[in-house]
Design a binder for this molecule. Structure first.
Ligand SMILES: *[C@@H]1O[C@H](CO)[C@@H](O)[C@H](O)[C@H]1NC(C)=O
Ligand SMILES: *[C@@H]1O[C@H](CO)[C@@H](O)[C@H](O)[C@H]1NC(C)=O
Ligand SMILES: *[C@@H]1O[C@H](CO)[C@@H](O)[C@H](O)[C@H]1NC(C)=O
Length: 398
């Protein structure tokens, strides 16, 4: 063996020994120096320079339970810092950190599972700022943004159903989203990205000390091949063989605002025009809709709620369909009456009550349409104190 060869071997052994030492140090740092940021970044910097492959993720970036209002994603500590995230604990056998990404007014994000919250959330927000977030796709294979309104309390619309005190306005996507306000906690929206364009979510809240609004919105980016993605253009998407479809700002309590003609105002929002899709579950061929529970207000789309008693509200007497429904209505394609299967011969439903119907038209879709004025006017049938709708659906086996 030549001297040269031995020299080479020695050099290689020294490098190897050095690398092993650094690797051990980095691993040690990763596991135990959780609270020492100074030393952490030193160790990580070393790791980065000597071992580019160290930064390759060594565990799945799965969801991790964090607080009761936000979930985190399991990330390396450094990744979480780079995203301005908040570490709430450990995951992946202490190798990862549960990282919450939460953003406020005037921010942008391209991070999956970002939470967009009102200033000071969960404390009430008095309003006064216009507040938005710009959502960019996290990669080119993202087709849809799932917007979970986990907590969404804004001021009620005016008595004519127009969101002129507070509003939630979502633009930039390929799905038309109506302007929303009032109580929408628990609603989920699916908005298609329009190519690479960002989707903007803006909340306008008029300064009013008497009203306490707040919001916590989860923004999930769905890949084009993701099983949870809604069919193109469906603003809402329900899965499961049964469920409740609740209209925006539905609630049995009346709006305290008066309409322009000084009668009790509406909760039903003006200018709606959207589709709700229900996934047809395997082995199910029909879908039946009915009003939810014993709530007499759960289908009050047109007419005078204040002037109707309980022999009308929520009954067949109050129900209207067909050509009489011109201003505010839901559309259910080609329905029949359950049991007898008699064709209803119309697909529009309005009035102050809803007679159960079933439909075998596929895909299962229900459309919601309202016009620009939900108050009493001289020109249209008077709308007084309408609440909107809450319908239960049940799929029927083939
Ligand atoms: C957290 O994740 C669980 C499980 O996926 C889910 O049920 C829950 O709604 C999530 N909570 C929040 C606040 O996102
Ligand atoms: C993190 O916060 C800093 C300072 O506010 C900002 O400059 C940076 O753009 C933020 N990064 C991300 C990913 O939001
Ligand atoms: C975003 O997170 C959700 C749930 O945590 C997941 O189903 C989805 O696939 C993620 N999107 C991407 C692009 O990773």
């Amino acid at each position: 063996m030549s001297i040269n060869n031995m020299k080479h071997k020695l050099i290689w052994w020294s490098i190897a020994a050095f690398l092993v030492t650094v690797a051990a140090f980095t691993a040690h740092d990763d596991n135990f120096n959780d609270l020492d940021d100074e030393e952490t970044s030193y160790g990580e910097r070393k790791g980065k320079i000597l071992f580019p492959f160290i930064s390759i993720v060594r565990f799945a970036n799965v969801d991790c339970a964090s607080t009761n209002t936000m979930n985190g994603t399991c990330l390396a500590r450094r990744e979480c810092h780079n995203l301005n995230g908040t570490i709430t604990g450990m995951c992946a056998s202490r190798r990862g950190r549960c990282c919450i990404v939460s953003r406020g007014c005037g921010t942008s994000t391209n991070v999956n599972n970002t939470y967009f919250t009102s200033p000071g959330y969960p404390a009430a927000y008095g309003g006064g700022q216009s507040c938005g977030i710009i959502v960019n796709r996290c990669n080119n294979n993202i087709c849809q943004l799932r917007i979970d309104l986990l907590d969404m309390v804004l001021a009620q619309p005016n008595g004519d159903g127009v969101c002129n005190t507070d509003s939630l306005i979502i633009t930039g996507g390929n799905t038309i989203v109506p302007v929303l306000c009032g109580d929408n906690t628990g609603q989920t929206l699916f908005v298609d990205f329009n190519g690479n364009a960002a989707i903007t979510i803006a909340v306008t809240a008029t300064l009013a000390t008497t009203f306490t609004r707040r919001w916590n919105i989860r923004l999930t980016q769905l890949g084009c091949d993701c099983p949870g993605i809604a069919p193109n253009g469906c603003l809402q998407y329900y899965t499961g063989t049964t469920g409740n479809i609740i209209g925006f700002n539905y609630g049995s309590a009346a709006n305290t605002a008066l309409s322009a003609s000084l009668v009790t105002g509406t909760r039903q929002l003006a200018n709606l025009n959207y589709g709700i899709c229900i996934r047809m579950e395997a082995g199910f061929c029909q879908i039946q809709y009915s009003q939810t529970g014993n709530d007499p207000f759960s289908f009050t789309l047109t007419g005078d709620v204040d002037g109707a008693d309980n022999t009308v509200l929520g009954t067949a007497v109050g129900a209207v369909n067909g050509a009489a429904c011109t201003t505010d209505f839901v559309v259910i394609p080609n329905p029949v009456l359950p049991g007898t299967l008699t064709p209803v011969n119309t697909d529009r439903f309005c009035g102050l009550g809803f007679v159960p119907v079933q439909s075998g038209a596929k895909p299962f879709v229900l459309y919601v349409v309202t016009d620009g004025n939900e108050g009493a006017t001289a020109l249209t049938p008077p709308d007084v104190a309408n609440r909107g709708f809450s319908l239960a659906y049940t799929q029927i086996a083939c």
